[in-house]
Structures are given as C-alpha cells and as structure tokens.
Ligand binder design. Structure first.
Ligand code: NAD
Length: 484
C-alpha cells in the first residue's frame, strides 16, 4: 500500500449556513469504495429542520449576495480556483476512492473544475442588460438582468467534483444563492468544495450542501416557496419528474440529462485515428459519461477495419483500483450498473450481435465490467435504444448518409454526437441535421467552460457553460423611466 492509499478518507458532513454539520444522532448511510466494496465513511442525512435551516440561510444570504458586486463575487470564485489547484491531489484521491475512476482522471476532473470556477468568475462580470431607444427623449428604457433568487441543485455521481462546482459557480456568479444535494454515492467532492468556498470567504448561507434520500429531498426543496430555480444532472426519468414538479410551482429548470450519443464514421475517415480516439473516450470513467460515444454507425466499406482497430485499442484497458497507477479503467460506480451491462449484452446477443471482446462481469470483488464490443448490433436491441452508461460499444453498419442520419435521430435522446469524415461537405450536411445539443467532428471538442453543454429532446433543457450558462439564473426586468 503506498502513501496515497494509506491516507485517511476525509470526514463527511453537510454544510449549512456556514457550518459543517456532522452526524450527531442523525440517520446516516454508508459510502462504499466501488473497487473493493469496503465502507469508506458514513454520510449524515438532513432532517427536515436541516433543510429548513439551509433554505432560510440561502434566503437570508441572497438579500446581501444579490447586491454584492460582480467583482467581489469574481474574487471569491478565483480564490476557489486557486485553492482547488493547490489541493488537487488530496481531493482527487478521495474522489477515486468513492467514485472509482483512475487517479489521473480524478486529477484531470479537479483541474478542469478549477478552469470552470475561473471562467465563471470572469463571465459573471459580463451579465449585461441593454438600453432600448425610446419613442420620447424624456423616457429611458432599460433592460436589466437580475439574479433569480435561491436555487436548488442536484449533482450526479459520475463527475461529482466538476458537476457540483459548475452548478455552484453558475449560481453564485449570477448573484444567486443555493442549496445543493450532490450524489450520496460519491460525496467527498462536495464536502471538499464546501471547505474551499468556506476558506475563500464566501459569505455564510450562500452555499448549503445537504444529503439524504434523493426523492425526499428534491420533493421538499422544489416545493418550498423560497426556491426559484432548479438545476438537475442525471437520468431522463428523474429529470422529467423534477421538471414536472418544478412546472407545477412555476419554477425555472436547467436539466442536463442522459444521452445515447451516435458516432458516425464515414468511409473517407481516418479510421486509425477515429478508432484510437473513440476507444479512449469510451474508456473514460468506464463509459459512465453522459456524452460518451455509445452507438457506433460505421460505413460498410470500413466496418471490419474500424472494428478491429477499435477493439484492439479498447480491449487493452487495465482494470483495477483507481489508486493503482497501472489502472486505466476503474470499476463501475455501483453494482446496479454492472447488472445493467449484463442485461444489455444478453439482449444484444439474443438479437444477433456477436461479442468481439468482454461481455461478462469480472470474477472479483468490486463492480468491474470489462470493455465490451458488440458487432452488428441491431437497431432494435436495447443497447442501441437505451443509454448504456458503461463500457459497452455496440457497432452497426450503414451505407447511405441520409439513412444514417435518420437512424441517429430515431431516439428521444439528443445530447452529444460525433462525426468522422475528411469531407467538409459531409461534415456540414450531417452536423446541420443531427438532432443533438452538441456535435463534435473528427475530435472531442465539448465540455469546455467557455462552450455550452446541453441537450435537446429528452436530453434536457438549457445549457451549462458558455455565456448561455447564466440564462436560467437571471430574470429579465424592463424599466421605463420618464426623466423630465
Ligand atoms: P438514477 O436514475 O437512479 O439516478 C440518477 C441520479 O439522480 C443519481 O445521482 C440520483 O441520486 C439522483 N436521483 C434519483 N432520484 C432522484 C430524485 N427523485 N430527486 C433528485 N435526485 C434524484 O440512475 P443511476 O443508476 O444512478 O444512474 C444511471 C443513469 O443516470 C444513466 O442512465 C444516466 O442517464 C444518468 N446519469 C446522467 C448523468 C449526466 O451527466 N447527465 C450523470 C449521472 C447519471
């Protein structure tokens, strides 16, 4: 066991009104290491009184934070970015322990979150209104954008540091305060963030972090009259439930939901380069990425060449504990994801696909499922219809551009999509027609702080990142002044 592995897992708590709130007789739930099923710590659940205190703290803090200058808000977010970079290794170590991804991926996630904090610090100073020329010289017509109020957010377990930080940064930079319930499965990231914001001098109550039974917490918080906006990243069924509840109370939503990203590899693509890049992307976080390439449509003229090159690159992953330096792919975050992988493989095989590599859970403790390639998966198989959210790559062939666009658009998902071609004409034609919030051509070019991330159709509403990030956190107010 090396020094990193032997260091203790950080203590878990909530963060309410500027105080770190630990167990103290509250109900708790165990947090597991998905690499070996050991218990890392116990997470306190919020009582109803805790939720009320968090809402009250956020509401009182909003009265001041909304009038705090964007420059001062920016200063705090910049300081958080500095602290993130200083503490990256310790944060990443705990992130690997409770989430499972290899340490190098956790370090990348943490550094990328620092970039997000910094970018929001800058962009938050540019939430401009406008002046509209009036019909009378004595009237001034102005449009101002004001923070929407207290927000609640629900962040997922697959990128628990980055996704939690994105939601916090967007809300705070816009002048809102928030109560956030990150994912209970991988909680160390959010606790680390609370400490960093606390140390950076964020006024108490601007950020509150609570844990509990997700459905109970979301139901209570969304119904609260204090709350004006909801942000959720997670699965489509849960997103629809939360959006419906928010709609019933006329509250804004940002929904970043699941995807089933089509990859279209045309006959003129650089096959070796596409296969190598896609194998790397597919292995990232063991495939538990909402924008992971997940349905592979390969032109029939290069089908065998692509399948061979992709399988060679994808199957060489070294599976293991993320803290082991030789590991390139960690376990799945939960046992339920392993069960889901087994069902998808069995269904695809029954419908005629062949298994090129992988396909069965590894016979060891922890939630390990190997890189799996399914050849000639049929369009009606579950794995081609339901987001796999795991290390499975189903490959199918196509022969015509309009046919493949129609197959890519046939599902209710619309998050990311990928095209590989050397033809500018094909790139323009297909990227204009894909029903997706993001299209990346010949590379992986999405999820940067300065670019919008979001989906269409069932994949969500609104964007996180890019200047669009603030749209859901501000209201538009029109002020018409007679000055004579
Ligand atoms: P799930 O539907 O059980 O849960 C998804 C997330 O939502 C979890 O973080 C969970 O804690 C939370 N959640 C569940 N019910 C909730 C409720 N009523 N109120 C508030 N939060 C609630 O699915 P899962 O097995 O945990 O994850 C797999 C699925 O989740 C995937 O199919 C994928 O679509 C989705 N997912 C998407 C993202 C993303 O980045 N868009 C991230 C994580 C998970």
């Amino acid at each position: 066991m090396n020094v990193i592995q032997s260091a203790p897992y950080s203590a878990l708590s909530m963060y309410i009104g500027g105080e770190f709130v630990s167990e103290n007789g509250r109900k708790t739930e165990p947090v597991f290491n998905p690499a070996d099923d050991t218990v890392l710590g116990n997470l306190p659940h919020a009582t109803t009184q805790d939720l009320d205190r968090a809402l009250d703290a956020a509401s009182r803090a909003f009265d001041k934070w909304r009038w705090t200058s964007p420059l001062e808000r920016s200063r705090i977010l910049r300081r958080v970015a500095e602290l993130i970079r200083e503490r990256a290794n310790v944060i990443a170590r705990d992130l690997t322990r409770d989430q499972g991804k290899p340490l190098s991926e956790s370090v990348n996630e943490v550094y990328s979150a620092a970039d997000h904090a910094e970018w929001h610090a800058e962009e938050g100073r540019r939430i401009y209104g406008r002046v509209i020329p009036s019909r009378s010289p004595s009237v001034r017509q102005a449009v101002v954008r004001q923070p929407v109020g207290v927000c609640v957010a629900f962040a997922p377990w697959n990128f628990p540091f980055n996704q939690t930080l994105r939601k916090i940064s967007a809300a705070l930079a816009a002048g809102c305060t928030l109560v956030i319930k990150p994912a209970e499965d991988a909680p160390s990231a959010a606790v680390a963030l609370a400490k960093l914001f606390h140390e950076a001098g964020l006024p108490h109550g601007c950020l509150n972090i609570v844990w509990g039974v997700p459905a109970e917490i979301s139901d209570y918080l969304i119904r609260s009259p204090i709350v004006r906006k909801i942000s959720f990243t997670g699965s489509i069924p849960v997103g629809k439930q939360l959006a419906a509840l928010a709609g019933a109370h006329m509250k804004r939503v940002t929904m970043e939901l699941g995807g089933h990203s089509p990859v279209i590899v045309f006959g003129d693509a650089d096959v070796g380069r596409a296969a190598a890049l896609l194998a790397k992307l597919k292995a990232l976080n063991a495939g538990q990425v909402c924008m992971a390439p997940s349905r592979f449509y390969v032109h029939k003229t290069i089908l065998d060449e692509f399948t061979e090159a992709f399988t060679k690159a994808f199957s060489t992953q070294v599976l293991g504990d993320g803290l082991d330096q030789t590991t390139t792919m960690g376990p799945l975050a939960h046992k339920r994801r392993v069960d889901a992988m087994e069902l998808l493989v069995a269904d695809a095989r029954n419908r005629g696909a062949s298994i090129v590599t992988g396909g069965e859970k590894l016979p060891r403790s922890g939630n390990f499922f190997p890189p799996t390639v399914l050849f000639e998966a049929t369009d009606d198989s579950k794995v081609m219809r339901d987001e796999p959210f795991g290390p499975i790559a189903p490959i199918a062939s196509f022969s015509d551009v309009d046919e493949v666009v129609s197959r890519a658009n046939a599902l209710p998902y619309g998050l990311a999509s990928y095209i590989f071609t050397r033809s500018l004409q094909t790139s323009h034609y297909v990227s204009a027609r894909l029903e997706a919030g993001m299209v990346s051509v010949n590379h992986f070019g999405i999820a940067l702080p300065e670019t919008p991330l979001g989906g269409v159709k069932d994949s969500g509403i609104g964007s996180e990142g890019g200047s669009e990030t603030f749209d859901a956190y501000v209201t538009t107010k029109f002020i018409s002044e007679e000055t004579a």
